[in-house]
Design a protein around this ligand. Structure first.
Ligand SMILES: Cc1cc2nc3c(=O)[nH]c(=O)nc-3n(C[C@H](O)[C@H](O)[C@H](O)COP(=O)(O)O)c2cc1C
Length: 166
């Protein structure tokens, strides 16, 4: 099985998780690529797609990448977000990502928190649309941490096992 770990990251949080996922896959044929470099997904069996949650959703460049993944591929989504892990605000983005995958198989999702610069939080708190996730993001200043990265490594391995069993 050939695996692609494709990620989009602006401030480095999602990139850290992508690298942990890549490591967690162990000795399998694999590549790690930034979505900014427009990687081709056709030659892979499993595609991990990682993104930062933006405005409760998937950044446009990642949406385009997901839509271009050929039918029949197995996909696993991972994301970082300032809001609480498992919270509705982050989960909404996963629902949206999954809604873009007609005729592809979604293996699973993994989310963890990612720090947001204090200056940005300050600005966002003034905007009613961003106020709630920005409030939650105040306690993510150390994420992703080693615990998050270890979870990501384990999750990647389980996704691989699942893909092999299907
Ligand atoms: C423009 C913008 C919008 C964001 N919107 C959300 C959001 O709706 N919910 C949330 O939990 N975090 C949001 N965040 C925080 C990021 O998802 C978080 O900091 C993430 O870890 C950044 O990942 P990166 O370093 O890979 O870019 C937003 C960040 C930016 C820059």
């Amino acid at each position: 099985m050939k695996v692609l770990v494709a990620y989009y990251s602006q401030s480095g949080n999602t990139e850290k998780v992508a690298k942990a996922i890549y490591d967690g896959l162990g000795f399998v044929e694999k590549d790690l690529a930034s979505i900014k470099d427009k990687p081709r997904s056709r030659k892979y069996d499993i595609i991990f797609v990682g993104f930062p949650v933006h405005n409760h959703s998937v950044p446009a460049v990642v949406e385009t990448f997901i839509k271009r993944i050929p039918e029949g591929k197995k996909i696993a989504f991972f994301a970082t977000h300032g809001s609480l892990r498992g919270g509705e605000l982050a989960i909404t983005a996963f629902y949206y990502a999954v809604s873009l995958t007609a005729k592809k198989q979604v293996l699973g999702t993994f989310g963890c928190r990612g720090k947001v610069k204090p200056k940005m939080i300050e600005t966002l708190m003034k905007n009613p649309q961003d106020k709630f996730w920005a409030l939650e993001a105040q306690s993510a200043s150390l994420n992703p941490d080693e615990g998050d990265l270890e979870d990501a490594r384990k999750w990647a391995w389980w996704m691989l096992m699942k893909a092999r069993a299907l």
